[in-house]
Unconditional design. Structure first.
Lengths: 201, 201
């Protein structure tokens, strides 16, 4: 099994984290996240969006979108609830993550972490992403602060893995996580679970 | 069952379309998509993202994110494949839709359709969204033009319902759908399926 990967991508990390928890080995092929000129050649037949993560299963079939890959490997394990409503809640948080967390927190982090700052001409975009990123963290904090240990049900699910991916490194984009005690406790809870691996692994 | 709805939202339309196909009645409560000041009061306890669609099930439990709502009602029907890999492919396209289609095509359509044009100061954002929207339509056209009738497998799935929601009204955002013959044929295929309802219904 082959994972088209980036070491800095939170989306790729989610896949690596779940596979580590499940004890499933995967070969990695690193793609550049700044120079994307070879993407059509490498991913053109595998992923219409030409993004990482893209995975090629042992039988050669490709799968893309981090959350869809998580679902493929998570179904039938403790990371996807058996109850239909809870399964839908897990997906609700995974879609929330891709719509609210990724375009704001992940992009700002990418700019600081990989490009050294806000790209020319993007200052107003940056400001709106920071505002939206904080609204997103506010919503997560409020949800957790009502006494929840995990985002869905009584144990770690794909929702936690998906939401952890970028929020635990939001500080690398300048977001002040000290404002969010419940979120930080939840980050601790995820990272101290048996089988956890860090984003740098 | 109560759907917090907007008549113009493609995300809400997806839910209405699936429920129509499944013959499930739902009460609607229309929320304003321009003046969102009452959202915390109405949706604060139901949806951390304060967006429509949000649905309240008969037993009072809430569910949000259009694609998660689709999954809740679609599981166990012909709209979600029994095969694990195909299920993951359906989710792949649903995440593609929320990440690539919605933030670009839906937002540009919203600006023209609801606000009468590009908001002040957003011209460069507009241009990047138009470019990303066309890249997204290009990717869908290429995928369909290889001879596929539907996005996953041999029949309509949640992937088609999700992707149809905003792409069939992309013209309202100024996108030229005439460039995309395979996409237009697929739009026809979706809209001529028994049980179909238009976005205006």
């Amino acid at each position: 099994m082959l994972l088209y990967n980036s070491p800095v991508s939170g989306n790729c990390y989610k896949v690596r984290l779940l596979l580590a928890h499940l004890g499933i080995p995967v070969e990695r092929r690193t793609l550049d996240v700044v120079d994307r000129s070879n993407r059509p050649e490498l991913l053109g037949d595998l992923n219409p969006a030409l993004r990482v993560p893209t995975i090629v299963l042992d039988d050669g079939r490709p799968l893309a979108e981090s959350s869809a890959i998580l679902w493929y490997f998570g179904e039938g394990t403790r990371f996807v609830p058996e109850d239909r409503y809870r399964r839908a809640q897990v997906l609700q948080w995974m879609f929330f993550e891709q719509y609210e967390v990724e375009p704001n927190i992940a992009v700002v982090r990418f700019w600081f972490h990989e490009l050294g700052g806000v790209p020319a001409g993007q200052q107003s975009v940056y400001e709106s992403k920071v505002a939206a990123g904080y609204r997103t963290l506010d919503a997560m904090e409020k949800y957790l602060a009502s006494g929840r240990q995990w985002f869905v049900g009584d144990g770690m699910t794909l929702a936690d893995i998906a939401l952890y991916g970028y929020t635990h490194v939001a500080g690398e984009g300048g977001f002040e996580l000290d404002r969010y005690p419940a979120l930080q406790e939840w980050h601790e809870r995820v990272s101290s679970a048996p089988g956890h691996v860090p984003i740098t692994a």
